[in-house]
Design a binder for this molecule. Structure first.
Ligand SMILES: [Zn+2]
Ligand SMILES: [Zn+2]
Length: 162
């Protein structure tokens, strides 16, 4: 495996768009979980989403593939993925209301940077963040299993408009 670069920033919304469609399905299969066709449809969408998905968007995309797929299946599938630690749930600073967003977990934790003006979201992975977590793990004697950091501000385009 190639060494991770010390620092990566997304140009679009997400860094960890799966280069390996089927990753979530394989992870669940390894845990002995059988999946219906509808669940596989949802996993494929989550695996390859270029943005953070809320339930509405996920449902809409899923119904393109299978019009009978309903909201209950979306919620149950997200619950399953959360229980297995395969997706993260975020609120993105509530910039888009009180809905929650979901994304697959990548190999490294990332920081979300959101523009409070236009709502654009980007992701940053950094060795500094990895080291900060190591320091916190030592300082607080905690085994970190989740790290969620959201930073808000104004992007260059919004600053020019102001
Ligand atoms: Zn993200
Ligand atoms: Zn902006």
């Amino acid at each position: 495996m190639a060494l991770s670069p010390s620092h990566r920033v997304s140009s679009g919304e997400r860094i960890n768009i799966s280069s390996e469609p089927g990753r979530l399905e394989n992870e669940l299969a390894r845990r002995g979980i059988r999946l219906t066709r509808q669940r596989r449809t949802l996993l494929r969408i989550i695996d390859t989403a270029p943005e953070h998905l809320n339930v509405e968007v996920l449902l809409e995309k899923a119904q393109h593939a299978d019009p009978r797929l309903n909201r209950v299946t979306v919620y149950r599938t997200l619950d399953l993925l959360k229980r297995h630690g395969l997706v993260d749930e975020l609120d993105l600073l509530h910039l888009r209301g009180h809905q929650h967003f979901y994304e697959t977990r990548g190999p490294r934790d990332h920081i979300h940077v959101a523009c409070l003006g236009c709502g654009k979201v980007r992701e940053v992975e950094s060795e500094l963040f990895d080291r900060l977590k190591q320091q916190i793990a030592r300082d607080c004697d905690v085994e970190i299993t989740v790290a969620r950091t959201e930073i808000g501000g104004y992007c260059a385009a919004c600053r020019r408009k102001a």
